[in-house]
Design a protein around this ligand. Structure first.
Ligand code: CP3
Length: 340
């Protein structure tokens, strides 16, 4: 039994006493406590693969920031690795894949990941659930197939992901077979997370915003839709960064919550999406660089705009690592103290 199920109730459209809050990248470098645990592992990938350490940093934001949910500490790139394409995390630069996908033969050689291939994540979930002891729900997650595809083709982060987009234009057949393989792997993975104890799940489509609306339907939404249909039993959050153009289409998915970034007008989003979905977001992470009165004023304005029902407060994307922890806490407290 959960002692605090505000996020689950908000996700399902039920009444809540106050707006619940969690933050993307809440388990991360903004916390000195995180950096300390991180030092115990020789690199990021090893860190993610050590369930005791992953579970420890998963719980930290609940203790330190007082958020209404924990999110399992991992990365979206564990899926390419489980499929046969390992990654490294290069300090201050980001993800790097030694091998990328170029040919149909290379797609054929990839495995469809099974839940057991990601036992280190499900073990971390079980440990984190035990440690949380019902205090707040635990969020599981995965990348959207398009975003995972983008890294598997490009091999690293990029402003344009032009290699990944080139593949959509030059070899749509390869693109679809790789996207399908990622989708099948992701369904297995999310179902394993739920079996291990995840109380709700979020799909991150971080690179949604670089596709045209037509490409987005063909190469991303179709696959997210398969995941939403196949992953049942827990509420699902779909967060497609910069996909303002797709809000109406996203609202047709079998998901419960839609994440908004700060470029999306709240009233307009409510109109486009309708009242059958809960909205999540959408403060600019850079708001947390400003002074306390500004943070309070802007946060309360956001809460008013979303209203008392069907809102989960969050940022519009992950916390930046140089954000002052005290300001993050102030943002969380402002939300928790606010009443309509
Ligand atoms: O607190 C949480 O949100 C849970 C943990 C989490 C991480 N990555 C840990 C992490 C989550 C949910 C992710 C998702 C993720 N990973 C996404 C989707 C969300 C988004 O931000 O759009 C993406 C695109 C990735 C891929 C990735 N991982 C990148 C581009 C980077 C480098 C950028 C950076 O901030 O350095 C990572 C590394 C990463 N994943 C870190 C953390 C805490 C930072 C590395 C470190 O601590 O050394």
């Amino acid at each position: 039994m959960l002692k605090n199920d505000l996020i689950l109730r908000a996700a399902r459209g039920q009444d809540v006493e106050r707006t619940p809050v969690w933050l993307m990248r809440q388990a991360g470098r903004i916390l000195p406590e995180y950096r300390k645990v991180r030092e115990k592992a020789k690199d990021f990938v090893t860190f993610v693969k050590t369930p005791e350490l992953a579970a420890e940093v998963t719980v930290q934001p609940v203790d330190i920031l007082g958020v209404d949910a924990a999110i399992i500490f991992s990365d979206i790139l564990v899926i390419p690795e489980a499929m046969g394409l390992p990654y490294k995390m290069i300090e201050a630069k980001g993800p790097f894949f030694e091998k990328t996908i170029k040919t149909e033969k290379e797609v054929e050689q990839l495995r469809v990941a099974a839940g057991e291939d990601l036992k280190y994540v499900t073990d971390a979930i079980k440990l984190a659930k035990k440690e949380l002891n019902g205090r707040v729900p635990l969020i599981g997650f995965a990348g959207a197939p398009w975003t995972i595809f983008a890294y598997m083709i490009e091999g690293s982060g990029s402003k344009t992901f032009s290699q990944a987009k080139k593949m959509l234009y030059t070899n749509p057949k390869l693109s679809h077979s790789l996207l399908q393989k990622i989708t099948d792997s992701t369904i297995n993975y999310l179902n394993a997370q739920i079996l291990a104890g995840a109380d709700l799940i979020q799909i991150f489509d971080s690179w949604a915003g670089i596709l045209s609306p037509e490409q987005y339907n063909e190469f991303s939404l179709q696959y997210i839709s398969q995941i939403c249909d196949a992953v049942t039993n827990v509420p699902k959050i779909v967060f497609a960064k910069d996909a303002f153009f797709a809000r109406k289409e996203i609202s047709k998915l079998k998901c419960d919550v839609i994440g908004l970034d700060w470029t999306m007008d709240i009233a307009e989003s409510k109109m486009l999406i309708g009242n059958n979905k809960t909205l999540q977001g959408n403060a600019d992470p850079c708001l947390l660089y400003s002074d306390l009165p500004t943070i309070k004023k802007e946060t309360e304005k956001m809460l008013q705009a979303f209203g008392p029902k069907r809102h989960i407060a969050n940022l519009g994307h992950g916390l930046y690592p140089d954000t002052d922890k005290e300001k993050v806490k102030f943002f969380v407290d402002t939300i928790k103290e606010f009443r309509f």
